[in-house]
Ligand binder design. Structure first.
Ligand code: HEM
Length: 258
């Protein structure tokens, strides 16, 4: 008996891998359905729906950016102090005294730009393929809220270095909120935690940036992915025949269950 075969016979191996590799289609389906992690994936997919040039992987890229932001963000939290006398200094300390500090900070910044761009392009793709149409209209609405949360995450993070750029960007942003009809002044005061930018603004935006908005984003993403499954998976491209004529109009985009 080879070394690998011997290892596969140990209690340790068997306690982790309970079954052999499933080599029949029936067993492969059972493995997917019986595993908590694997059952998040559909058992079968139409080949056309996973064509890269249909989705461009933009939804997955948005998720990847979010994961990078979470990892680098937690790392930044080890050093960042969310208080007026310390915010700017702690970023400078990170830039100059911490090993890989500038690298982690730049990863966080670039991933934030990347997420806004990826989510925007993903939204554009969904629009141009008509994938917002029934039965996917509710997922489009969840998507719009996700876009809003993405932009707010970016904007709240902008204030945290507490430098001149951040301060005046918040001044401009909150004054834009102020000119909204009827509720403008209240929205501005809620955002600033008072009448002017100060310590209350910083702690408010920090809490939004590291707790409330990321949790909202996770909950919305879970709903978004669940809806994709319930709507019959990703919409499929409308097939064209050799003359460029549409073979089945809309059929494939509307075949999902709700
Ligand atoms: C954090 C932001 C988002 C993430 C992580 C995300 C993720 C995904 C993923 C992974 C898919 C599978 C197909 C693909 O990759 O294109 C998808 C599909 C979809 N997304 Fe998003 N999405 C986000 C934002 C949005 C936004 C802003 C909209 C629109 C306003 C939207 C609307 C949709 C719709 C309607 C589908 C189904 C598309 C189809 O069936 O062809 N999503 N999303």
């Amino acid at each position: 008996m080879g070394l690998w075969a011997k290892f596969k016979n140990t209690t340790l191996y068997k306690s982790i891998y309970r079954n052999d590799y499933p080599d029949t289609p029936r067993n492969q389906v059972l493995v997917i359905l019986n595993s908590v992690v694997l059952h998040l994936h559909p058992v079968k997919l139409p080949r056309r729906a996973v064509r890269v040039s249909y989705t461009w992987g933009l939804g997955g890229l948005s998720l990847l950016m979010f994961l990078i932001l979470t990892l680098t963000g937690v790392w930044l939290m080890f050093y960042y102090v969310p208080a007026v006398p310390h915010g700017y200094q702690s970023m400078k300390f990170l830039d100059t005294n911490v090993i890989f500090g500038p690298f982690a900070r730049n990863m966080h910044r670039w991933a934030a730009h990347g997420m806004v761009i990826a989510v925007w392009l993903h939204m554009t793709r969904v629009f141009y393929t008509g994938s917002y149409k029934p039965p996917r209209e509710f997922n489009w609405v969840i998507g719009v809220v996700l876009f809003l949360v993405t932009v707010l995450l970016s904007f709240t993070g902008y204030l945290l270095p507490w430098d001149q750029l951040a301060y005046w960007a918040i001044m401009v942003g909150s004054n834009m909120a102020k000119v909204s009809p009827v509720v403008g002044t209240y929205v501005q005061q809620a955002l600033l935690g008072g009448f002017d930018i100060g310590p209350a603004t910083l702690i408010r935006w920090y809490t939004l940036h590291v707790i409330l908005l990321p949790l909202a984003c996770i909950a919305l993403m879970a709903m978004h992915f669940w809806r994709i499954r319930k709507d019959g998976g990703i919409s499929t491209p409308i097939p064209y025949d050799e003359d460029g004529e549409t073979e089945q109009l809309n059929d494939n985009n509307n075949e999902g269950k709700s």
